[in-house]
Design a protein around this ligand. Sequence first.
Ligand code: ARG
Ligand code: ASP
Length: 715
Amino acid sequence: MKLLRLLVLLLALPVAAQQGGMWIPSLLKGMNEKEMKSLGMKMSASDIYDVNNSSLKDAVPHFNGGCTSEVISSQGLLLTNHHCGYGEIQAHSTIDHDYLTDGFWAMTMEEELPNPDMEVTFIVRIEDVTNQVLEGVPALTSEEDKQKKIQENISKLSNSLPKEKYQENKIRTFYEGNQYMLFVTETYKDVRLVGAPPSSIGKFGSDTDNWVWPRHTGDFSLFRIYANKDNLPAEYSEDNVPYTPKHFFPISLGGVKEDDFTLVFGYPGRTQEYLPAVAVQQIVEVLNPAKIGIRDAALKVTDGFMRKDKQIKIQYASKYASIANYWKKWIGESQGLTKSNAVAVKRAFEKDFLAKAKKAGKMEEYGNLFNDFDKYYAEIEPYQLSRDYFIEVAIRNTELLTIGYKLYQLEQVYNTRGEQSFTDRKNNTIASLESTYKDYSKQVDEKVFEQLIALYAEKSPAQFVPEELKNKDYSAFTKEVYTQSKITSYEGVKSLLSGDATTILEQLNNDKGYQVIKAMMQAYIEKVAPKYQEISLKIDALQRTYMKGILELSPKDARIFPDANSTMRITYGQVKGYEPRDAVYYEPVTYLDGVMEKYVPGDYEFDVPQKLIELYNNKDFGVYADKNGKMPVCFIGTNHTTGGNSGSPAIDAKGNLIGLNFDRVWEGTMSDIYYDPSICRNIMVDIRYVLFVIDKYAGDKRLIDEMKLVNVKKK
Ligand code: ARG
Ligand code: ASP
């Protein structure tokens, strides 16, 4: 039975859909259109991307550089995930107005909340500029010179290629340096918070359910883009007006069922699908375990405080969620890579690659690739590991060190650019730290420091650890640092940064906390970074050759997708369940009934708001229930997504919005490195659940009224 299903699947799906893939929207016509149609798509490639006419791409801006969002009304109403708007929702929250816990709904445009540091970026057009970027490069011999020339060409082109005043040219590399594309973009800076469900809906299941199917999270929030009177980008102003988009998504209430075509549009951040086996093995055996260990320690400490203290819970909610997110992902990734034998699969692929190279008479170019990879990955390991420890301990998880790092940069500005630059930078630093300290708790940070500094000193490669941090009583040392350092409060930092430059530098260098980060920084810069960069450059060059080989030696009709690089992509597939393990099959759709099954009254992850329980008990689902009268919540599909695809629109065969991407399934979290089509699935909120919450739960009907609903069933 299982075999039969596999066979049917193999016959039914053309090759590329079996492999996943994130495709460049401007190149769909030749590459993907036929396959998309065979999977059920009823649009043409130019409905999705068109330079001269409005197309779907005009409704999909990059959300604050990290997530994806989509425009869903003629008045610039913007949909993204709750976890993407989380920082903004938190920033507007206090103990008295706790929008994270209770949700937030602007009932009029006047009530929509501005967010000073937010922006969304639209793609105007995409062009291939490979030849221009590589001009004069082949003539150079050293890798350093080549990279320098490429950077020069890129900055020249970015300045000279045609664009409007309010637009930007961005050039990005694809296929590890084998292709370059230009993106002309427009960035809107007045983006206001419109609505967010309570975390008990928007983050239902929290970290326990994160990366897991079956899922029951209403992971959405709403914003609105504002523009100046000419509909152009502008800084926040009361005079700004709602943005009129070139395109916005109609919303389908028709629902989804297994095998329906789906398309996901968005900005996937980074994948490494073409790593050699040796690199994958290093990730599983060395790098992931180290990073997981550090975050394990930091999270345990923070969680302990958050459970006891309401203020700390608000201050650390966003930071905690983002640290926990990749901690859990790395665990799933390592498990998945192990279970799917990714290293062995990659080794087999490499053997085959060499056979093809031999047949093509290309052994001179490719014959040594894998020996070289082996050599350089072995060489880079201690440097990479030390770098990961440094970043995780100092830059990501210990706030005193993260802030100290900014102060260290300040000292560097003085050394390299002199007093005036120093003073400017100092003022910026002081201003930017105000919000950092709003969410800073010395007691939390101190306990985190105590754990992490010990890990750094004892577990990271010893040859790169500064002598003064070795062999200490870390508990006593921590106490000393946190009682003496001024970095533990905003007032303290401001006093450290007062006086003339010489005084400030003296004060900094006498500060206990500053001394720790400075020692770590110097060890990193002197002993780790140079060698790390040198070997990385070699590995990058090998990877570029490997990628070129894969493109060259694969069969003519094989379509190879470029790794994600935070540029706009399309992935498509179908709504589909999967078999996570022997004898278990996961259905592709979840319902509100499942929310009630998971309900734990008062629990911080699985509580359910009273109002939602009432709506459920009364079956008050309006037009949003499916044809059996059940309220759908989430669904999964075979779309190949990654971090950055959060908030991505899930679109039906005709270009209507049916869902909102927000996660992947546990068994498939290794998809950034090895995409296994049998178990990799993306998770989406059903758009009907989103509308149900806005309409029935929040009663913000004005928002429903400005949307364009299609496939509405008669009641
Ligand atoms: N795993 C999803 C992604 O990578 C969702 C993360 C937010 N949710 C959470 N519970 N932390 O972004
Ligand atoms: N949750 C991710 C995001 O925030 C999406 C993913 O990694 O699947 O982009």
